[in-house]
Design a protein around this ligand. Structure first.
Ligand SMILES: Cc1cc2nc3c(=O)[nH]c(=O)nc-3n(C[C@H](O)[C@H](O)[C@H](O)COP(=O)(O)OP(=O)(O)OC[C@H]3O[C@@H](n4cnc5c(N)ncnc54)[C@H](O)[C@@H]3O)c2cc1C
Length: 361
């Protein structure tokens, strides 16, 4: 499938699943982008070559890999012609096989807008609100994310919606953005007041959203700016009056990292009255002089000791919703599986950045 021949500088077509669909992949675009723009329900999560969700098999034709697939795919898969669609540029017309996802296919919106508000949530997390220039039909689900691009940064960055779509002001999108030391986009955002700056916004992406399940327990865990997607999902549960018990554990280092406490209080007050919503903050750093009397330690250890080991929660048929830093998510998946949650019922969004993307950005 790889080869010296072929021409990546021209448009090509991809014929999918024996002709179920044929799409044009513009020169320079990756296969996943073209599929999502065509409104196909192509499975995907990170779109940076790390999660492997968008894998497909190239049956015929030549491609160029933007990153080394062997970070994610094993020898057998590579031999079978498996490729990561988000890292695949076409060098010829191709024939592809892919198992389409269960998520409803939604066409990508390409919007222009500008930053209208930037608010400090903590010392290193800001709320960024973008208002779009034109009318559009809001087709995203709580939990999904957008790609934001600005003129000064060569590649767009991904940020989860921090508010349930139905709770947003007309034409607006809100995001929670954590400052990453040495990070190109976040250092740019934090360097000066960016209100009024033009941005491009492409959305919706991702498969992190609430899955229907009658009455099953929800276990949500987040850290840092991972609050965003979980908050959006919980707001949607309130709007829908979802009939489920939910525990949401938020892990942070110190009290200065805590935020959205009023919002969580409101969610608790407005949760379906026959079901419970519990919000628990867990602090991991022992800061001298702190007056914190709440739970301490890693959020995963705390959940294990206080809920799983004591059988304080029934995890049979439960679903996990995890969002934030990759190490927290990896630990949480292990824990929830050991606690009895089926791995297939654990949904997550890892906030990967250039330091965790194979080969950097
Ligand atoms: C699906 C998804 C959703 C996300 N949602 C959110 C969200 O809601 N909120 C949020 O805050 N973040 C979110 N992120 C993360 C976000 O997209 C950015 O990656 C993050 O903000 C950092 O961007 P940056 O440009 O500041 O840093 P980058 O420029 O990407 O750099 C990040 C770090 O990597 C280092 N680095 C740079 N290049 C390399 C290299 N080649 N090798 C090793 N290290 C390198 C930098 O020094 C820095 O420390 C999400 C990510 C994904 C994939």
């Amino acid at each position: 499938m790889f080869g010296l021949f072929g021409n990546e500088k021209q448009d090509h077509t991809a014929t999918i699943n024996n002709g179920e669909a044929t799409i044009t992949v513009k020169a320079g675009d990756n296969l996943l982008k073209a599929a999502l723009e065509a409104g196909l329900a192509w499975p995907h999560d990170c779109r940076v070559g790390s999660c492997g969700t968008c894998q497909c098999v190239i049956k015929k034709g030549k491609i160029k890999a933007l990153t080394d697939f062997s970070y994610v795919l094993d020898g057998e898969q590579l031999k079978a012609g498996t490729a990561l669609a988000c890292q695949t540029i076409l060098k010829s017309d191709v024939e592809v096989e892919v198992e389409m996802g269960d998520a409803p296919a939604t066409k990508l919106l390409q919007l222009e807008g500008c930053i209208v508000r930037v608010n400090d949530l903590t010392y290193d997390i800001k709320e960024l609100v973008v208002k779009c220039d034109s009318e559009f039909e809001r087709n995203m689900m709580a939990g999904q994310y957008a790609e934001i691009s600005v003129k000064d940064i060569p590649t767009p960055r991904s940020y989860s919606f921090a508010t349930a779509p139905r709770n947003e002001n007309k034409g607006e999108f809100s995001f929670f953005i954590r400052k990453v030391p040495g990070g190109e986009f976040t250092e740019w955002l934090y360097a000066q007041d960016r209100v009024g700056t033009s941005v491009g916004l492409s959305a919706p992406y991702g498969q992190f959203h609430l899955r229907p399940s009658s009455s099953s327990q929800m276990v949500c865990m987040a850290g840092g700016s991972g609050m965003s997607a979980i908050k959006a999902i919980l707001e949607d549960c309130v709007l829908e009056q979802t009939e489920r018990n939910c525990i949401y554990l938020f892990g942070a280092q110190a009290e200065r990292d805590l935020y959205c406490q009023e919002e969580m209080k409101r969610i608790k007050e407005q949760w379906h009255k026959d079901y419970t919503f519990e919000f628990v903050e867990v602090l991991s750093a022992d800061i001298e002089g702190s007056t914190w009397t709440g739970p301490t330690g890693f959020v995963t250890d705390y959940f294990k000791e206080s809920y799983i080991d004591t059988s304080a929660i029934d995890l049979k048929d439960a679903q996990g919703y995890l969002c934030g830093p990759p190490p927290m998510i990896d630990a949480a998946i292990k824990l929830l599986v050991s606690g009895g949650i089926d791995e297939e019922s654990i949904y997550y969004d890892k906030f990967l950045d250039a330091s965790s993307i194979p080969g950097g950005r």
